[in-house]
Design a protein. Structure first.
Length: 437
């Protein structure tokens, strides 16, 4: 592994890409610590020190921003608006014929969809920035903090507008930095920025577990968490790499004097075909009732029930609903992202068939059957991984954003594997051994 890293830095063009990516990462991390105009940085730090470990919806977005959201910095919204816009466009592609036609046009259509994603990202950034500023002005961003209402001392229209514009511009810059890494760096720019944002919260979370520990001054709890983290990483790598390979045979065709086809290949169906999307969907959906109850006044029965059952991560009702929502969204996302009928039609068009299965409708039914079979273990695996923070909350007193579980570990491992594969492919083009043997 170390030899592969040394060879990567010895290759001139690959070294330039790696150094360029590191420079962009440094710029991104600097931006996450620059406060926006109109915010009392002193009061923010006071509230950050007194903040509860679980920040609900803000905790999820804060993780994706690398801790910049609760500090209300220039990059406070981070990459989250772009992620949301990408998911929305991907879902709309299934229901809007125009977007589906663009998707089939190849590179030109993909470029057009990317442009739509940028516009939607800016719109979502304005919406989320306005919500964050409104929440900070009312003091609801840090509940229980004595100076929470003084985070924004000047609440004039001009200052509020300036804050929203600054955060929206910060989101646009983050999007641009990600595209720079994709074009001139090692690739996967948005994913790498997401990786850095989540990894930046690891040291503080681990040290908090050590300080809260009681055995051997917290070092036993710290070591146990590290050991659990290594096991979790191994499990996630094993499942993320798992595939169900469906063999495909292409018939041999004679066109003129040339023979085409006659090759064998396979369709790789991943066990976790949905990735981390179901966990994000389930988390966001469960935070909506808590958010509505937080901003509603009075002591209505429904508000009391939500406060008692849907705001605590270790409550049985919360755990059950969270697990069931993850399983549901796993099947839902797989159903809209993989179309067995389209795959079967494409295979039939080019003379391909699955051995023992007739082309056309029987092939689509077979693919659908196999996909449903492997989605069950994939969805259960996602649900169990997502419940690791809850077990950590009970066992170690850790916060709901426990570093080695849920969304964070899935993204960290997924992006890490993809990045290593990209570097490995560039090394193998130069006849060097890659990272994965």
């Amino acid at each position: 592994m170390l030899t592969a890293f040394a060879r990567a830095f010895k290759t001139p063009d690959l070294r330039k890409k790696l150094l360029f990516t590191l420079a962009i990462i440094v710029i991104y991390r600097i931006g996450t610590h620059i406060p926006i105009p109109g915010v009392s940085y002193k009061n923010v730090q006071i509230c950050m020190d007194q903040a509860s470990a679980n920040q609900g919806l803000f905790g999820l977005v804060n993780m994706f921003s690398g801790g910049a959201l609760l500090q209300i910095t220039v990059f406070a919204l981070g990459i989250m608006p772009y992620i949301t816009a990408s998911i929305i466009l991907q879902l709309l592609t299934v229901v809007i014929p125009r977007l589906e036609a663009l998707k089939k046009e190849g590179q030109a259509g993909t470029a057009k969809i990317t442009q739509y994603t940028r516009y939607l990202t800016v719109a979502l950034a304005i919406l989320q920035g306005t919500g964050l500023v409104a929440t900070a002005r009312t003091g609801a961003l840090f509940q229980g903090c004595p100076v929470a209402g003084q985070i924004v001392p000047d609440q004039s229209i001009f200052i509020t507008t300036t804050m929203v514009i600054t955060m929206t511009a910060g989101t646009a810059i983050v999007m641009w930095l990600g595209e720079l890494i994709t074009d001139r760096g090692i690739g996967n720019g948005m994913s790498i920025l997401m990786f850095i944002s989540i990894a930046a919260t690891f040291p503080a979370a681990l040290w908090a577990i050590k300080k809260q520990g009681t055995l051997a001054d917290g070092w036993i709890e710290f070591g146990t968490v590290i050991l659990v983290g290594l096991v979790m990483v191994g499990l996630v790598v094993f499942v993320e790499q798992a595939q169900r390979r469906i063999p495909v045979q292409y018939a041999k065709r004679m066109i003129g004097r040339r023979s085409y086809g006659g090759t064998s290949t396979y369709i790789p169906l991943k066990v976790n075909q949905a990735g981390v999307i179901p966990v994000i969907f389930a988390s966001s959906l469960l935070y909506i009732p808590a958010l509505i109850a937080q901003f509603s006044g009075g002591n209505a029965g429904w508000k009391t029930w939500i406060d008692q059952n849907l705001t605590k991560g270790d409550h049985p009702i919360y755990i059950t609903m969270y697990f069931l929502l993850i399983v549901f969204f796993a099947f839902f996302y797989v159903a809209i992202s993989f179309n067995p009928e389209e795959v079967a039609d494409n295979m039939k068009k080019y003379g391909g068939f699955i051995p023992g299965i007739r082309a056309g409708r029987p092939t689509a039914e077979y693919l659908s059957y196999v996909l449903n079979r492997i989605t069950w273990p994939g969805s259960l695996y996602l649900g169990l991984i997502a419940l690791v923070p809850t077990m950590a909350l009970v066992g170690f007193g850790a916060n709901a954003n426990f570093p080695f579980g849920g969304t964070s570990i899935l993204i960290i491992v997924g992006v890490g594997l993809e990045t290593v594969k990209q570097i490995e492919s560039q090394l193998q083009q130069r006849n060097y051994e890659g990272f994965l043997r």
